[in-house]
Design a protein. Sequence first.
Length: 201
Amino acid sequence: MESPRPPANRRHNREPAPADLRAADADRERVAAVLGDALADGRLNHDEYEERTEAVYRARTLGELSALTTDLLPPEAQPLRTDVRPVTAFFGSEERSGRWVVPTHFSATAICANVKLDLCEALLQSSRVTLQVTVVGGTLTLIVPEGVRIEMPASSFMGGKKNQVPPAASDGPVIEITGVVTLGNIVAKSPKRPRRPWFRR
């Protein structure tokens, strides 16, 4: 009698962790620039700089790269951010911008506060991201690059929902904004275009 087969390994169906995502050449250059600044102002000596620079160009994942600058800059100033903890603001303001990983399921809370999520340089973990929001007496602003489609089924009570992002192709990435807005606002928009000089020669 044939012995039963072991259950199939389902790890292949799981999404990679943010730190395990493959790094791009631009990510390596971001980290290399921070190391160069640290050498220039004395935070790294020449041996440390050479050792870390070699590691930059050997690195394959975002996690390997981000580990090289953790002791050089505060978390909010890191050139790469693989921290996927929710963004939360109470009676203040919070911003997430630069090169950061947006997980498939992400949450943001603004209680009498302003939260700004800038995705223009971010890396989406999947082609469809669900952003769960809680906005009470505050404003959540989402800035997305061209080609991203916004869906906003979030419910609102005496609040506003503004989707100012131009329509995008149906096969492009989607960000679905769910949750609740009370006495506040959600605004999704594209980045501002650089101003053209009014005087041309």
